[in-house]
Design a protein around this ligand. Structure first.
Ligand code: F6P
Length: 382
């Protein structure tokens, strides 16, 4: 008899007609995850497939004994009813414990990274799951690519509030995050003006400045600092002074968490660990303190942090997510694997996972959004 892995390698799961699929949400949550789950589950059930959700990324597999349902939630029509508008994910998620670099504690207390991807394949064979829909950002899609290369039938769905994935016009979650950040800036104008203060607003986004740029321009910030443009704080202080000279005695400064000064480095709250990326944060604080010193103005810091990840998805994100979920099932039904569904001009298309994994999309410096900011007189610290 063939072992589970032998089954994958010699028979190839790709030849088996699909009867049962699993959906997995990995990495940080983003508004719209539940809409993908709903659309994928309903589309799959319509084809007569059974649909399951893996609990908390791949924890449902690695720690299945922890869950009363063995780490797999059966996604019935009842279970996915009324969830499209809900933030978060009904499956749970984690951005710790990347299966390709899983942290394993050694007897001497040290931590070693191990590749546990074969256990995922074994689980799929044992539980007779024929395909995986993996919803996630760069980390999850890199894992999906590795699993597809090992013979698992996988379709990826692009998710992240950061909007930093290549080969898709946008990711769901981004519009919701930008909408909320813009509303926060709208609210901060009046209080900043009343007190003649400098308001520094730090926003998530990892190594890309999409959220800060789009919200900063839409919310009429006066300076926007993004990772793509190393900044000189003196330039920002000069902008604030010039506004003061014109009688505009307050300023709003947006700082992407990944922004860095020309002569300095990014601020990191927690360094990378086995199976886990570094946690950025703190640049807003550094900028606020620096601007207070340079301008002598009363300065306050607002860190939007995880508020950007919460709440109901906007209509745009909800619809994109529903379209992605349905398209992922259609792709599987067409016999596709190793691809990601992506948003393009004409509609949803497919791109190879290999072209997405590890390819971060940053703000283009010659893009018209950035140029619009410059035309409006926004200072980018350069
Ligand atoms: O990738 C999404 C994101 O929200 C980033 O913008 C941010 O750097 C990171 O996740 C925060 O992760 P955590 O939830 O571990 O704090």
């Amino acid at each position: 008899m063939l072992s589970f892995l032998g089954f994958f390698r010699e028979e190839g799961l790709m030849t088996v007609p699909i009867k049962r699929i699993a959906i997995c949400t990995g990495g940080g949550d983003a508004p719209g995850l539940n809409a993908v789950i709903r659309a994928a589950a309903i589309s799959a059930m319509d084809l007569g497939w059974e649909c399951y959700g893996l609990r908390e990324g791949f924890n449902g597999i690695f720690f299945s004994e922890r869950y009363t349902d063995g780490g797999l939630i059966r996604l019935t029509r009842e279970r996915v009813r009324g969830i499209a508008h809900l933030g978060g994910t009904i499956l749970g998620t984690t951005n710790k414990g990347n299966p390709l670099h899983f942290p394993l504690k050694m007897p001497d207390g040290s931590v070693r990274e191990v590749d546990r991807s074969d256990e995922i394949l074994e689980f799929f064979a044992r539980r007779q799951l024929d395909a995986l829909i993996s919803i996630g950002g760069d980390g999850s899609l890199t894992i999906a690519d590795a699993l597809a290369r090992k013979g698992l039938r996988v379709v990826g769905v692009p998710k992240t509030i950061d909007n930093d994935l290549d080969k898709t016009f946008t990711t769901f979650g981004f519009d919701t995050a930008v909408g909320f950040a813009t509303e926060c800036l709208d609210r901060l104008h009046s209080t900043a003006e009343s007190h003649q203060r400098v308001m520094v607003v730090e926003m998530m986004g990892r190594y890309a400045g999409w959220i800060a740029l789009h919200a900063g321009i839409s919310g009429s910030a006066h300076a926007v600092l993004i990772p793509e443009i190393p900044f000189d704080l003196d330039k920002v202080a000069a902008k604030i002074r010039s506004r003061d000279a014109q009688g505009r005695l307050y300023s709003l400064v947006v700082v992407a968490e990944g922004a860095q000064p020309r002569d300095g480095t990014r601020t990191v709250l927690e360094p990378a660990e086995a199976g886990q990326a570094e946690r950025l944060g703190g640049m807003g604080d550094a900028v606020a303190k620096g601007l207070k010193n340079l301008t002598g103005k009363d300065t306050r810091l607002v860190v939007l942090g995880h508020l950007l990840r919460g709440g109901s998805p906007t209509t745009f994100d909800r619809l994109a997510a529903l379209r992605f979920g349905a398209a992922a099932v259609r792709a599987l039904a067409e016999g596709q694997s190793g691809i990601m569904v992506a948003l393009a001009m004409g509609g949803v298309n497919h791109v190879p996972l290999a072209e997405v994994a590890g390819h971060m999309r940053c703000v283009p410096l010659d893009g018209d959004t950035l140029l619009t900011g410059r035309n409006l007189g926004i200072c980018f610290g350069d």
